[in-house]
Design a protein around this ligand. Structure first.
Ligand code: SAH
Length: 355
């Protein structure tokens, strides 16, 4: 089998080049820069390598690349990319422009195993993990797309909030973080990268020990174990107290805060009692709360609270001293908002079906 150079960190790629090609280390770095700095898709593009070396490379290695199968653009400017892996699996990634900022939401798995009841991806089940090359290539494909359709706009922030549970695919996600933050590659600052998790406690502890440390977001989504057990099966394994202990132990950098996501489900998580319990749970944790009113998807009978209920909930959190932000849905007309990623296309007949 050909080695996939895209899935390797810089040290891994350099070792491979020395071992397999008998080339000096700097050559490995040169090749790696092509792939991760310039987004090269083939060895042909690597014009500072000799033709025989390029041919040898092509015989021994590949550069795993995702195919951009579909791009949908929302009326709010959000773009959803459907990308195809080489074995024909679809994943989605979302580009969210916000003033000068552009946040890309990337996937870490094909589907998801965690089965959160309110999430469309959860309904798909897990097909497989993405490898590190497939994770980072979402960024390179999006960069290439932007260069074409909106030159001048740059991806400034990355959030691991697409399909999948990043910490369930820990090794590949970690490798992708190392690749994206290497200044010889994509050169993104770890302060501009956020990994979101349902709360896999041992993996949160492990991440805290790594040399690359992204921002952490935790999908709390409920104010008691009773409710959380019901809507997030993972809570039966890692209940709220264990989760919050892991968060308290996570070594936060100066002036950084943990983000808690809190999905508002009408009649389930949106009462004033919920707000009070939430504020009590999070007391003493350097954090902020992103309130995400539930985004609908077919086949789910949760409801999004009325605007007044959303406002009431947020006001109560604020009154109790909890810093909260309301995440307004982006790209919901193309099923690109939080919890809507399920490889659906908004063909007109589908839109009609849902109304
Ligand atoms: N598995 C990780 C990464 C996905 S992030 C995690 O859960 O954190 C996706 C976010 O969208 C999570 O905070 C999740 O709770 C939220 N979400 C899922 N379904 C949603 C829906 N239908 N409406 C609004 N938010 C949703």
């Amino acid at each position: 089998m050909l080695a996939d150079l895209r899935a390797m960190t810089l040290p891994e790629a350099t070792d491979w080049v020395v071992r397999e090609l008998g080339q000096p280390r700097f050559r490995g770095e040169q090749i790696w820069r092509w792939i991760h700095g310039k987004g090269a898709r083939s060895f042909e593009e690597m014009t500072n390598l000799s033709a025989p070396l390029r041919a040898e490379l092509a015989g021994k290695a590949t550069i795993g690349t995702l195919a951009v199968a579909e791009v949908q653009t929302s009326r709010d400017g959000t773009r959803k990319l459907r990308l195809e892996t080489r074995d024909g699996k679809s994943i989605e990634s979302v580009l969210i422009p916000d003033g000068d900022k552009t946040t890309q939401c990337i996937s870490s798995q094909v589907g998801c195993a965690l089965d959160c009841q309110f999430c469309a991806t959860g309904k798909l089940g897990l097909t497989r993990h993405l490898d590190a090359g497939e994770i980072v290539d979402q960024v390179y494909r999006a960069r290439a797309l932007l260069a074409e359709v909106e030159p001048g706009r740059r991806i400034t922030n990355i959030v691991y909030m697409g399909m999948g549970e990043p910490l369930h695919n820990y090794d590949n996600v970690l490798r992708s973080l190392r690749i994206l933050t290497d200044d010889k590659g994509a050169g993104l600052s770890q302060r501009r990268i956020t990994v979101s998790t349902v709360g896999l406690v041992p993996k949160i502890a492990a991440l805290g020990e790594e040399d690359v440390r992204p921002n952490l977001a935790v999908s709390l989504n409920a104010s008691s174990n009773e409710i959380r057990d019901r809507i997030m099966p993972v809570n039966r394994k890692f209940p709220i107290e264990k989760l919050l202990d892991a968060i308290r132990a996570y070594p936060l950098e100066q002036r950084r805060r943990v983000t808690f996501e809190y999905v508002l489900l009408a009649g389930v998580t949106d009462s004033l009692d919920d707000a009070a319990r939430l504020a009590r749970l999070l007391r003493g944790i350097r954090c902020k709360v992103n309130i995400i009113p539930w985004n609908p998807h077919p086949g789910s009978d949760f409801r999004r609270p009325e605007d007044a209920a959303i406002e009431r909930f947020q006001n109560e959190c604020k009154r109790l001293g909890l810093p909260t932000y309301l995440r307004t849905p982006r790209g919901d007309d193309i099923d690109a908002a939080c919890g809507q990623l399920a490889n659906r296309s908004n063909a007109p007949e589908l839109v009609q079906l849902r109304r």
